[in-house]
Design a protein around this ligand. Structure first.
Ligand code: MD6
Ligand code: FE
Length: 227
């Protein structure tokens, strides 16, 4: 039997916890297959910025009872794909397990936003604040190429630092870090795969592309009945 993997975590700042390699190779393959199955129901599409209508450089889709969408009218959560009108597919089992293991939150996530990056895509500095429950963290899982993730503070002008996110990494943004500004500066070129042992890239990604899944609790859970 394979030895248990040793799991480390790094507190980048209070509330922002990186779990490098949280998903091993087989788990990444499984998660990618589950996501690919969801794409046949909810195909990735290119959202637009509120007001300006400027297209995002990433494409997006969602899994779960709710999905995060952006268009000319604004940002919101909704239960249906904006182009097909179909309900979003279920959140993959492995992602739910990661939420149970890492979120510390007693209710399940309701939305899993999938961001797909081509090699030249990026994501500007933003806060995740469209959820009614800021006491639940946002949990991110990465697949494919590595990326340079920038994070700062709750004020947009706070100083920032950056960290590399690799395939299989989990990042928990909660507590004092729940509203910090963050974004993806760039996707990193993949090292030459001299021994053929490089990252197995999900077939749905563009060449040297990256996929990031962010799990969110959106609504306040029903208070549990007290004895
Ligand atoms: C990305 N991530 O990694 C973008 N948001 O592609 C996010 O915007 C993000 O990684 C909230 C919490 C963790 C994240
Ligand atoms: Fe975010």
């Amino acid at each position: 039997m394979a030895p248990p993997v040793e799991r480390v975590s790094v507190e980048l700042m209070p509330g922002l916890i990186l779990h490098p390699g949280w998903l091993d190779g087989p788990a990444r393959t499984r998660l990618a297959a589950d996501l690919a199955a969801g794409f046949s129901v909810a195909p990735p599409y290119r959202p637009r910025m509120p007001r300006t209508g400027r297209p995002f450089s990433v494409t997006m889709t969602n899994c779960g009872p709710l999905g995060w969408v952006s268009d000319i009218a604004g940002y919101r959560y909704q239960a249906h794909h904006p182009e097909t009108g179909a309900p979003w597919p279920a959140i993959p089992e492995l992602a739910l397990r990661a939420w149970d293991d890492l979120s510390g939150y007693p209710a399940p996530p309701e939305a899993a936003l999938v961001n797909l990056y081509a090699a030249d895509a990026r994501m500007g500095l933003h806060q995740d604040r469209d959820e009614a429950t800021l006491d639940a963290p946002v949990l991110s899982l990465s697949l494919g190429a590595s990326a340079l993730f920038r994070y700062g503070g709750t004020s947009r002008s706070d100083p920032t630092r950056s960290v590399r996110l690799h395939a299989g990494d989990a990042l928990v943004m909660g507590g004092a870090a729940r509203l910090v500004h963050h974004g993806i500066d760039r996707i990193l070129p993949r090292p030459p795969d001299l021994l053929g042992a490089g990252e197995a890239m999900p077939a749905f990604l563009p060449p040297d592309g990256r996929c990031n899944l962010t799990l969110r609790r959106v609504t306040r859970p029903e208070p549990s009945p007290t004895a």
